[in-house]
Design a protein around this ligand. Structure first.
Ligand SMILES: [Zn+2]
Length: 267
């Protein structure tokens, strides 16, 4: 039994033994950015870490010490935001995971809660697969939350109920539902969020105030700790189940490619 699922809380022999037993590492991806007057700036990072920990228990993996920061220039108009450039973030992700690949980690599951990280993570994942031989799967945990709880929580909105629940689950002391004030207009927020999340059209937005004049919108006032815990557990269960299947499929596909290469050389 491991004393912790967090890589940086384990000793070297514990990590070496775990890589032999199951070479799966999980990288949480989030961001530090303003989340209105009621949620901490590290909301996305906290959500990603808590889900990653639960998934690590379910899939017998280790949670890597990821950057708390992400790529979030859109939130820079507000104090409380720290952004990395995509280039810095990609380097951080690649060098963190490649270090573990050198020591035997083979499977990488990236659990992301911040939409601004998506393009950088796609490029980093590709490099980790092609150049470092890892089998990589990225999951957008915030979209899984929207699929499972969006209907009940007014959708996935910046600073809304889904995000409040994610923090409430493990750090209720950081959530200030009594300070909820000046939510931006829901109709406008929904219109822009819907547009920027469509598959076919991808407008580039420079400033969160296009979506939400005050930096956030939603209705988190009814969020509770119990609902938050249930939500994070449901998300982790869904990810563990799906990721296990997808890794199996990737094994088959990548094994298949190796087989063809082998035949070619033999022929
Ligand atoms: Zn957020």
């Amino acid at each position: 039994m491991l004393p912790s699922r967090f890589f940086s809380e384990l000793t070297q022999p514990e990590i070496a033994a775990q890589f032999k037993k199951n070479p799966l590492v999980i990288l949480p991806a989030g961001s530090v950015e303003q989340h209105g007057p009621h949620l901490p700036t590290g909301t996305d990072t906290l959500a990603a870490n808590m889900i990653a920990q639960r998934v690590a228990e379910l899939m017998d993996g280790l949670v890597l010490p990821a950057s708390p920061l992400g790529v979030t220039p859109m939130h820079m108009p507000f104090e409380g935001t720290i952004t990395l450039t995509p280039d810095t973030y990609m380097r951080l992700v690649i060098e963190t995971c490649a270090s573990t690949a050198q020591h035997g980690a083979k499977y990488l599951l990236i659990i992301n809660w911040h939409e601004g990280n998506i393009p950088s993570l796609a490029i980093a994942s590709e490099a980790l697969h092609r150049e470092h031989g890892m089998t990589v799967l990225t999951v957008q945990a915030c979209y899984i939350a929207a699929e499972l709880y969006g209907h009940d929580c007014g959708g996935l909105t910046h600073g809304g109920e889904i995000e409040a629940l994610a923090v409430l689950a493990y750090r209720p002391d950081l959530v200030h539902l009594d300070r909820i004030d000046y939510s931006s207009d829901h109709t406008r927020g929904r219109k822009w969020d819907k547009l920027r999340r469509t598959r076919s059209y991808q407008p580039v937005l420079t400033d969160i105030r296009t979506i939400a004049e005050t930096g956030w919108y939603g209705a988190p006032e009814h969020a509770t700790v119990a609902k938050g815990l249930k939500m994070l557990n449901d998300i982790a269960d869904a990810i563990a189940k799906e990721a296990t299947d997808i890794f199996r499929m990737l094994d088959e596909a990548q094994g298949g490619t190796a087989e063809i290469k082998h035949l070619k050389i033999a022929g």
